[in-house]
Design a protein around this ligand. Structure first.
Ligand code: NAD
Length: 236
């Protein structure tokens, strides 16, 4: 029986690479983006409650059974420390809502579903190197959201392992998900390469192969693991 998997944020970047990596291993995958599309359920995760609606629709699309949740959707939006307080708080609220709260809401639904049907399940959270290393002065909230994801993943792994519910996190460093020039400019220009011993940023396929391994092959004893993929730019 193929594994049934929901991947959030599958319309581009890392998520768009995760879907074929899972399908190549025989999984049946439902994707997600901001709007509806082919094989993609639309849900704007900046809106409270949208994650619950997404879970319900994904469950329906996968005939009432989901075995694996991959929380990949996320935003990397800067806000200056000197921004007006209302702008600052709006930016924090939006990043935490999309990157952490919506992921938590989906983890909750996944765990309740895994329990109800029995037999366990897996959750893979795509966090970031920023969870451990921190990020730029304009991205405290991004780093905090990803550190939250790591803490959430570890709690899930420890809390539900007896029920065969496994939790993993992936912490990529820079991953080239857009046009190279735009991508590099958004992350600080050529200087970022000097900080990566491997000499290049990661490719989405590399992160996808880690996610597919965790979703379908990783031994249960690995639950709670946080896997780095950053070209040795942050070794811990
Ligand atoms: P991307 O911007 O290319 O794609 C993001 C995906 O999330 C898209 O499918 C988009 O539709 C979805 N999304 C964003 N906001 C949404 C919203 N409000 N509602 C619904 N969907 C929404 O991003 P990416 O670079 O592929 O990143 C994927 C994940 O990997 C993110 O969680 C990101 O934080 C993480 N990550 C990326 C990098 C990197 O350098 N690219 C590094 C570390 C971690």
């Amino acid at each position: 029986m193929p594994a049934h998997i929901l991947v959030t944020g599958s319309t581009r970047g890392i998520g768009a690479a995760i879907v074929p990596a899972l399908e190549a291993k025989g999984a049946k995958v439902v994707g997600h983006g901001r709007g509806d599309g082919a094989g993609v359920i639309g849900a704007d995760l900046s809106q409270a409650g949208a994650a619950d609606g997404l879970w319900d629709r994904a469950l329906e699309a996968l005939n009432g059974r989901i075995d694996v949740l991959v929380n990949n959707a996320g935003v990397f939006e800067g806000v200056d420390v000197a921004a007006p307080a209302d702008e600052w708080q709006t930016a924090w609220g939006r990043t935490i809502q999309i990157n952490l709260q919506a992921s938590a809401d989906l983890c909750r639904r996944a765990i309740l579903h895994f329990r109800e049907r029995g037999g366990g399940g897996r959750i893979i959270n795509i966090a970031s190197r920023a969870a451990y290393r921190g990020d730029s002065p304009a991205h405290w909230h991004y780093a905090a959201s990803k550190a939250g994801m790591v803490g959430m993943t570890k709690s899930i792994a420890r809390g539900y392992a007896r029920e065969e519910i496994l939790g993993f996190a992936v912490c990529p460093g820079f991953v080239m998900t857009g046009m190279a020039d735009d991508y590099l400019a958004s992350r600080g220009g050529d200087k970022l390469l000097a900080d990566i011993p491997l000499g290049r940023v990661a490719a989405p396929d590399e992160i996808a192969s880690i996610a597919a391994y965790l979703a379908l092959e990783a031994p249960a004893s690995m639950t709670g693991a946080v896997l780095d993929a950053n070209g040795a730019s942050f070794v811990r």
